[in-house]
Design a protein around this ligand. Structure first.
Ligand code: NDP
Length: 496
């Protein structure tokens, strides 16, 4: 990215494969961001007031626009990220599924409901409501520039919030398309706006008076966002990076496991937060599995042409990180069975399969975010789980086994926000499931009912139905009131 010397400052995007200039966008200054949040506040009140049914209709219109303009939108995603057109289409399909689910289910999940009062307040009615926050600031990354932020935007909107979205400096066009499309559908109400710019614009959004921030990006930036939000006690949901493991049991379908390792590790050039980075294989099938993975990896073709499996590394600085991980692994006794340092040919990186990598090396511990796999031998599933869990990240993981019960057992023992048995990334396409991590992968949940609640404030309301015969809530209560309540209490709670 570059800024021009002219005012206002301009953000210029480049085609990742060629480096050629692509488009330019204004850089929103703090005052612009505050103005957007101010406009969103008014629009948000209107949005909240129109109710579930009308909100659902407006969100359906956005969904329809995404489907009708799938080619245009996929073209923007491809131009900004460099990913193959079909991958961009798949990303749009995923985003549409989530938008549809959020719009359809918001009422059922969040509508006011009566809850039991219990003995002490038996004369009251108790109502649980979920109120929108007001204005939610969404800060997104570039690797899935539509699907990832829409995982927050769809649920925040469906819950009745207005949204101000700051896309990554590498993918402002996707955000622009969303905001322009919304403006065409509902010109009078800026319920969904975009502010383009660099990290400073994201930082300004954290301080512009929003009621919640939904951040997706690296752990380091997530910590900065949280620190900024701490100053105003603005709540945050943090969706950060991962170092996801795939476990291969002795009884696994090795073809399926190898295919999944390649797809999960190399797809989207390895630039997937919940992509496979580490593989732990039980020793009896290690050699067999490794030979299948290396055969498949050798057929994978990066490039910018029709039929290439994945595109360039979107963010130029990431190439150096990938190179440093490979170099560190090789320098410390690791071996590259496919690729190696020569696989790095910026902006492309060919598949790299590493073995014998020390467990404290960069490639084994830090998020590589490139098309690399580190494969390790383990004695059994217990060791696999222990090694997989030995990470500061905890986004997702997967296990391959023909024993479904054992697969579910392993899935439950993995210290991650999601786990898949005999597939990778399946959870991301199921809107009813929550998505989020533990540890350095972040906290809070997007997607599903938990995602809708993440963008709502639970509110407790009580209403007196009749005067209590034993009024405990007065300083003038009779000396008999508590003993009489205690008698009822003993009847209710004094037995097993
Ligand atoms: P970054 O953390 O670099 O950036 C994320 C967003 O934060 C960008 O919009 C960025 O703007 C903005 N930003 C930068 N500095 C600040 C700041 N001080 N205050 C507020 N916002 C700021 O991540 P990447 O864009 O490089 O994305 C890749 C990362 O995202 C990987 O670690 C990946 O694992 C993670 N990710 C996590 C997902 C999840 O759901 N858990 C999903 C997808 C990705 P700008 O780009 O303009 O600098």
């Amino acid at each position: 990215m570059t800024t021009t010397a002219d005012q206002p400052a301009v953000l210029v995007t480049h085609h990742p494969a060629t480096g050629a200039d692509a488009a330019s966008y204004p850089v929103a200054a703090p005052a612009d961001v505050r103005a957007a949040v101010e406009a969103a506040r008014g629009a948000g009140e209107w949005w909240r007031s129109i109710g579930w049914k009308r909100r659902r209709a407006h969100l359906s219109a956005l969904r329809l626009a995404m489907v009708r303009e799938v080619d245009t939108l996929a073209g923007i995603i491809r131009a900004e990220t460099g990913k193959p057109f079909d991958d961009a289409v798949l990303e749009i399909m995923l985003a549409v599924e989530h938008l549809d689910w959020a719009a359809r289910n918001a009422r059922a999940v969040l509508r006011p409901r009566k809850v039991r009062t219990g003995l002490l307040a038996a004369n009251q009615k108790a109502i649980l409501e979920y109120a929108p926050f007001g204005v939610v600031g969404v800060i997104g990354p570039w690797n899935y520039p539509l699907y990832t932020p829409m995982g927050s935007i769809s649920y925040a909107l469906a819950a009745g919030n207005a949204v101000v979205f700051k896309p990554s400096e590498y993918t402002p066009g996707v955000g622009r398309w969303l905001a322009d499309t919304w403006a065409k559908l509902l010109p009078a109400q800026p319920v969904l706006q975009v502010v383009t710019g660099f990290g400073e614009t994201g930082a300004a959004l954290c301080e512009a008076g929003v009621d919640k921030i939904a951040f997706t990006g690296s752990t380091a930036t997530g910590k900065r966002v949280m620190a900024a939000c701490a100053r105003t006690l603005t709540p945050v949901v943090i969706e950060a990076g991962g170092k996801d493991a795939l476990i291969v049991a002795a009884d696994a379908d090795l073809d399926a496991a190898a295919k999944a390792a390649i797809f999960g590790g190399m797809g989207n050039s390895g630039q997937t937060c919940a992509g496979v980075e580490r593989v732990f294989v039980v020793d009896t099938v290690y050699d067999d599995f490794v030979s299948r993975v290396t055969a498949l990896a050798s057929r994978v073709r990066p490039g910018d042409g029709e039929g290439d499996h994945y595109g360039p590394i979107t963010m130029p600085a990431q190439v150096d990180i990938i190179r440093s991980h490979i170099s560190d692994a090789l320098g410390r006794g690791g071996r590259a069975l496919v690729g190696g340092l020569d696989a790095v040919n910026a902006p492309f990186v060919a598949p790299v399969v590493l073995v014998d990598v020390p467990s404290d090396s960069l490639a084994a511990r830090e998020e590589t975010f490139g098309p690399t796999l580190v494969i390790d031998k383990v004695a059994d599933l217990d060791e696999a789980v222990r090694r997989a869990n030995d990470s500061r990240f905890g986004l997702a993981a997967s296990v391959f086994t023909r024993n479904r019960r054992s697969g579910l057992d392993v899935a439950r023992r993995l210290r991650t926000g999601a786990a898949s048995v005999n597939s990778v990334l399946g959870f991301a396409s199921i809107p009813a499931l929550p998505f989020g991590g533990v540890g350095d992968s972040g906290f809070g949940r997007i997607h599903g009912a938990d995602g809708l609640r993440e963008f709502s404030r639970p509110k407790a309301i009580t209403s007196v139905r009749f005067a209590s015969p034993v009024d405990l809530m007065t300083l003038e209560r009779s000396p008999k009131a508590v003993p009489s309540a205690l008698r009822m209490f003993r009847l209710r709670h004094g037995r097993r």
